[in-house]
Design a protein around this ligand. Structure first.
Ligand SMILES: Cc1ncc(C[n+]2csc(CCOP(=O)(O)OP(=O)(O)O)c2C)c(N)n1
Ligand SMILES: [Mg+2]
Length: 591
């Protein structure tokens, strides 16, 4: 046993648990923890410019590699409250991040001390566990439990709040014999898997819906193997996108009201059976449940027991980690194939492929001002299958999901449920911190970009390289489109005549100047022909300068994007592809 401050024990535990990348900013109440990080020497720290951003950076970092846990650190009071959006986002998307906050001394907690807020209570609904640690000797146990909680069952964030005197107190602690606590991983039994497979086998047009739980469990390879063994098409959810490569013959497209493919929805509507694994029947995926469920049998596999039946009662439910379930699904499916017990799915999967080749949206527009669809077409050309895309919300994110292609798990990193504006820049910083060698490409609308734009300086300061494609329509585009139902265009304009930049012709903010002022590189494009060259140039600038490089594409002000309230009633506002030439970067037909 060694006598040390609790914060020194905490730093040693972070190292032993493998969580050595922090994002945050100091304040008086968290300085002891910062002194422990300095003394330890092995905990890396990226200094954010806003605490909310630090929490999104931690989430981006976690989501990039299996096993990663990003840590965000802040002082007492407003730092913790600034992190709440990040904790909500991580919690909603089942992503473990550890938030560490400073706090007023224990004896001052009820005295309205400076920056003393009950962050434990505030954070509780948006974490798996939030606690103000009142006893110094409980600090090691609190950290140990935090990692167990974050990794067990449905993963999610934890907040540890450390009063100043608790941080400074000395305890006896032995890191050499410290062991991470066991992580609970419920596993499907063979009987459960056989029952589910019997149901699937007796269906005529079955689908597998693969959710983010498959990616969290690092089980994408098993999912693809399972689908291939059965010959059954796969619909990835927005959180599961990348589980199966878009150009795989069994990739059937995404389903939903917004971030969906025409062929994905048509295939769902044609199906008679759905096996959902690690998904949560999100309302933007299902739309109206009557339409989604009609004529279909459902099996739901989820790691969290209370998720089964939360949105609707499936015909059969299995509580299991996705990897644990898929191991048994693959084993039984292989046996059944050998025994000739599996139904032949050739015709059904060919039908799905035909829809994938035919039901396309047009991207090959060549007009001025630029139509945003063209931007995604050029991105498909410029960025390869190893690209990690990062996006959040807005028309730009919706069209990105409709038109880009994703080939690998953890290569579409999107705030799926919470969709907090401003998430993209800091999340991309977290992703590029975790994986500085692959191409990281952020996609934002102008408003999302402006929310936490100051974080670009963090990218410049710490040499964090990524390309940021900024689709500028000078509008809160998604909300403008939503306001059509109210017959109004109210408080959604971002346009103004910028007295310093008349060349922007009323588009308002001069993003190029802002970006350059923050120490990054920026390119601006007004014409379709220039998009591809700008993206290529951005890749070169990223390689040369190792900083964020923004490609601002000034697009038409108003583009109404395909969406609806039912999966059989998605409104198509724009021209559809009539031949392959209209959608030259669609993946159908490549397989
Ligand atoms: C914190 C927060 N406030 C409000 C919203 C609602 N919202 C969703 S998209 C959007 C506008 C996005 O505009 P922009 O980023 O320019 O994207 P566009 O739709 O124009 O492509 C708003 C206000 C939100 N998601 N998050
Ligand atoms: Mg916009």
């Amino acid at each position: 046993m060694t006598r040390m401050r609790t914060v020194d024990a905490a730093a040693l535990i972070l190292e032993k648990e493998g969580a050595t990348q922090t994002f945050g900013l100091p304040g008086a109440a968290i300085n002891p923890f910062y002194s422990a990080m300095k003394k330890h020497g092995g905990i890396r720290h990226v200094l954010a410019r806003h605490v909310e951003a630090a929490s999104h950076m931690a989430e981006g970092y976690t989501r990039t590699e299996a096993g990663n846990i990003g840590v965000c650190v802040g002082t007492s009071g407003p730092a913790g409250t600034d992190m709440i959006t990040g904790l909500y986002s991580a919690s909603a998307d089942s992503i473990p991040i550890l938030a560490i906050t400073g706090q007023a001394p224990v004896a001052k907690l009820h005295k309205e001390d400076f920056q003393a807020v009950d962050i434990q209570a505030v954070a509780q609904p948006v974490t798996k566990w939030a606690v103000t640690v009142l006893e110094p000797a409980q600090v090691p146990g609190a950290f140990q439990k935090a990692f167990q909680v974050m990794r067990s069952g449905r993963p999610g964030p934890v907040l540890l709040d450390l009063p100043l005197d608790v941080q400074l107190a000395e305890i006896e602690f032995d890191i050499d014999t410290y062991e991470p606590l066991p992580v609970a991983t419920p596993a499907a039994t063979r009987a459960q898997v056989e029952h589910a497979l019997e149901m699937l086998n007796s269906a005529e047009r079955p689908l597998i819906v693969a959710g983010g739980g498959v990616i969290n469990a690092d089980a994408s390879d098993l999912l693809v193997e399972f689908a291939e063994t059965l010959g059954v098409p796969v619909v990835p959810t927005l959180m599961g996108w990348g589980t199966i490569p878009d150009d795989h013959p069994l990739a059937a497209g995404m389903v939903g009201l917004q971030t969906a493919h025409r062929y994905g929805n048509a295939t769902m509507l044609a199906s008679d059976f759905v096996l959902g694994i690690g998904n949560r029947w999100a309302n933007r995926h299902t739309g109206g449940l009557d339409t989604y469920r009609e004529g279909r049998t459902f099996v739901h596999v989820d790691v969290e027991p209370t998720q089964i039946g939360r949105v609707f009662a499936p015909d059969y439910g299995i509580v299991s980690d996705a990897r644990a379930a898929l191991e048994v699904f693959v084993e039984v499916a292989r046996e059944w194939r050998q025994q000739g017990r599996l139904a032949d799915r050739g015709e059904w999967s060919r039908e799905c492929q035909d829809r994938k080749a035919e039901l396309l949206r047009k991207t090959d527009f060549d007009v001025a001002p630029i139509k945003p669809q063209r931007v995604y077409q050029e991105m498909n050309r410029a960025f390869g299958p190893d690209t990690r895309y990062v996006s959040t919300i807005g028309l730009s994110q919706i069209q990105a999901a409709q038109m880009l292609h994703v080939y690998r798990p953890r290569h579409w990193i999107n705030a799926g449920q919470a969709g907090p504006l401003g998430w993209t820049v800091p999340a991309a910083i977290g992703v590029a911190t975790a994986d500085p060698e692959s191409t990281v490409v952020a996609v934002s609308g102008d408003y999302d970009f402006q929310f936490l734009v100051e974080e670009l300086a963090v990218g410049a300061q710490f040499s964090i390289p990524f390309v940021h494609v900024l689709i500028n329509n000078a509008y809160l585009g998604l909300i403008r489109q939503a306001q059509r139902g109210f017959d109004m265009d109210y408080c959604v304009q971002l346009s103004f005549d910028n007295i310093n930049a008349p060349e922007l012709a009323g588009y308002g903010v001069d993003h190029v100047k802002v970006v350059e002022g923050l120490g990054c590189k920026a390119l601006r494009v007004f014409e379709s022909e220039g998009i591809f060259d700008a993206l290529e140039q951005a890749k070169k600038l990223v390689a040369e300068h190792r900083v964020p490089v923004v490609v601002e594409v000034v697009v038409e002000r108003v583009t109404n994007v395909s969406m609806g309230t039912e999966i059989d009633a998605v409104n198509e506002f724009e021209a559809l592809a009539e031949s392959g030439a209209d959608a030259p970067t669609a993946v159908a037909g490549r397989s």
